[in-house]
Design a protein around this ligand. Structure first.
Ligand SMILES: *[C@@H]1O[C@H](CO)[C@@H](O)[C@H](O)[C@H]1NC(C)=O
Ligand SMILES: *[C@@H]1O[C@H](CO)[C@@H](O)[C@H](O)[C@H]1NC(C)=O
Ligand SMILES: *[C@@H]1O[C@H](CO)[C@@H](O)[C@H](O)[C@H]1NC(C)=O
Ligand SMILES: *[C@@H]1O[C@H](CO)[C@@H](O)[C@H](O)[C@H]1NC(C)=O
Ligand SMILES: *[C@@H]1O[C@H](CO)[C@@H](O)[C@H](O)[C@H]1NC(C)=O
Ligand SMILES: *[C@@H]1O[C@H](CO)[C@@H](O)[C@H](O)[C@H]1NC(C)=O
Ligand SMILES: *[C@@H]1O[C@H](CO)[C@@H](O)[C@H](O)[C@H]1NC(C)=O
Ligand SMILES: *[C@@H]1O[C@H](CO)[C@@H](O)[C@H](O)[C@H]1NC(C)=O
Length: 479
């Protein structure tokens, strides 16, 4: 029997599975089996509550089909992607080391309760020179994520490459961002990467003015305020008290709890498993996640009056490309940082809360949830669609926004196939409200005044691979 073969020899299974399926299709399903699970445990996944510090997860979708609507074809794609999973910054790393030193200074030899794993746990950053770098170990490794995204995008957008032309890939000039762009390119182009992709590295220096993937602007909310925003919600005091009481002699406080939670999220970027994640309750993680929402909203998003102008640079240039259409190019893959993407979301005017985020309680249902916007490798992809006539919409050109692989309708403009927005409407709506970056951010007139590199790129392939060692002093050990 076909089914017996399948169970007895797994290797055979895939070979015969088609006929096995057609065999069993005639049988009624077991009454014990549900076609659809009634649980939504994932609604509480930790991956949605560590802000931008931990591994990528897909955006929770509205249920809109991700694939191209029938009757439509994507004829141009413009995407901006955050680097993949990474080690902490040197600054965050120093904080983690200090907090761990405080934990160990209690001289506890037999850890109890939530910290019992500490008897065998080791810090996962082998030495200081790993700080800032993309990770390459564990199932959530950043380089792996980037390669996988490239391979997936080849499937989705491979038809936009003619198999001949050299395609530019744009990356801001920061090591881990560049490495992400390269790995993505290798995933997308496969064997053709070496000769068919052309890495264009755009300096992050403010002298690039608006011709940049990382335009700068003075924060409306200064850095001190921004740091204070990620301060202490009551839940962190509760956690400190619980953990201290399990291990007499230990004396961590609410800020230590915050640091340890951030550290836990980062651990997953390099390891399959983090014991530290389980030290904290889900409610504590919900609080932690909200501190991150506050930061991105007030300090790198629509809660800062200058940030929409920063995002307007990319949005304005995208409008130009979308209206020129495929004759100006079909594939625009860009790589930068989290805080370069959140201003773009703000400038597009999507995911805005009804009112500024409150500082005294968590507004559950808040659309500005960082875990759904800029996890590691978070990315915003704009698709230009040419569509045939449907019963609801005329033949024409439409636009869809895809954030972390979930479709986000352009607010009330959703009359096209797959809830897309007519390009004309998308353009006029945004043109009307996009702020002027050079004016708002007082960009010197000697600096470039708008984004131009999408039209003036290099087709040389000399930057496609790392030349020489990655900036890391071999053998540096942690203090
Ligand atoms: C649009 O309609 C034409 C004519 O029927 C058809 O050839 C084409 O494949 C359609 N385009 C898409 C994207 O389905
Ligand atoms: C822990 O041990 C170190 C070194 O023996 C000592 O200096 C320190 O005072 C001890 N700390 C506590 C809290 O006992
Ligand atoms: C792409 O790679 C394949 C396989 O190596 C090769 O046959 C083809 O010529 C390459 N195309 C270009 C444009 O380099
Ligand atoms: C193209 O290459 C030239 C010469 O190396 C360089 O000055 C320019 O900045 C590059 N442009 C881009 C978009 O990378
Ligand atoms: C926690 O302790 C650290 C020193 O270990 C201190 O810098 C910090 O301000 C304390 N936080 C709170 C909320 O007391
Ligand atoms: C928008 O982009 C176009 C070219 O892409 C440029 O000419 C124009 O100055 C830009 N507008 C603003 C406000 O930056
Ligand atoms: C754009 O879309 C909005 C919302 O659906 C609609 O009110 C408006 O009439 C549309 N404008 C154009 C020019 O299509
Ligand atoms: C933006 O502001 C600058 C500086 O005030 C001005 O020169 C420029 O014309 C403005 N751009 C647009 C598109 O209005």
């Amino acid at each position: 029997m076909v089914r017996f073969d399948c169970a007895a020899a797994l290797l055979l299974c895939s070979a015969v599975s088609t006929s096995a399926l057609s065999h069993s299709a005639a049988n009624p399903r077991s009454y014990a089996e549900k076609q659809f699970s009634q649980s939504f445990e994932d609604g509480y996944s930790i991956l949605k509550h560590y802000g931008g510090n931990g591994p990528y997860s897909q955006r929770v979708s509205y249920g809109i089909e991700r694939d191209t609507p029938s009757g439509c074809a994507v004829d141009q794609v413009i995407s901006i992607q955050r680097h993949g999973e990474r080690y902490p910054s040197s600054g965050a790393g120093a904080t983690f080391e200090q907090t761990l030193a405080k934990v160990y200074s209690a001289n506890i030899t037999n850890w109890k309760g939530d910290l019992s794993f500490l008897d065998h746990w080791t810090y996962w950053v082998p030495n200081k020179c790993y700080y800032e770098a993309e990770t390459w170990t564990g199932p959530y490794a950043g380089l792996l994520t980037a390669f996988r995204r490239g391979a997936e995008y080849r499937d989705r957008y491979g038809h936009l490459w003619d198999g001949q032309s050299v395609v530019p890939i744009f990356t801001s000039g920061y090591e881990r961002v560049i490495e992400t762009a390269r790995k993505f390119g290798e995933g997308f182009f496969g064997y053709n990467y070496t000769h068919s992709a052309a890495l264009n590295i755009i300096s992050e220096d403010s002298s690039q003015g608006a011709d940049s993937l990382t335009p700068t602007c003075d924060n409306d909310n200064d850095q001190k305020t921004c740091n204070a925003l990620t301060n202490l919600l009551p839940q962190f005091y509760v956690a400190a008290e619980r953990i201290n009481s399990q291990n007499p002699g230990l004396n961590i406080n609410a800020s230590d709890v915050y640091n340890l939670m951030e550290m836990a999220a980062f651990e997953l970027n390099a390891r399959a498993f983090s014991d530290w994640i389980n030290v904290f309750t889900l409610d504590e993680w919900v609080s932690f996640g909200y501190t991150q929402d506050l930061y991105y909203y007030y300090c790198a998003g629509p809660g800062d009056k200058n940030m929409n102008a920063v995002g307007a640079v990319y949005v304005n240039a995208s409008l130009t490309l979308l209206n020129e259409g495929p004759s100006s190019g079909t594939i625009f893959f860009n790589f930068a940082h989290d805080t370069n993407i959140t201003p773009i979301i703000g400038a597009l005017g999507i995911l805005l809360p009804n009112e500024d985020l409150p500082l005294d309680h968590i507004p559950f249902g808040n659309p500005w949830s960082t875990g759904n916007i800029v996890p590691m490798q978070g990315h915003l992809t704009i698709e230009r669609l040419t569509c045939n006539k449907t019963a609801l919409s005329p033949k024409g050109t439409y636009v869809r926004l895809v954030l972390n692989e979930a479709v986000v309708p352009f607010n009330s403009c959703q009359s096209g196939p797959g809830y897309s927005c007519p390009l004309a409407n998308f353009t006029s709506t945004l043109k009307e409200r996009l702020p002027n970056y050079t004016k708002t951010c007082q960009v010197p007139s000697s600096y470039p005044q708008y984004l131009d590199f999408w039209w003036k790129y290099n087709t040389t392939t000399t930057l496609n691979y790392q030349n020489g060692p990655i900036g890391c002093a071999e053998g540096t050990t942690l203090s």
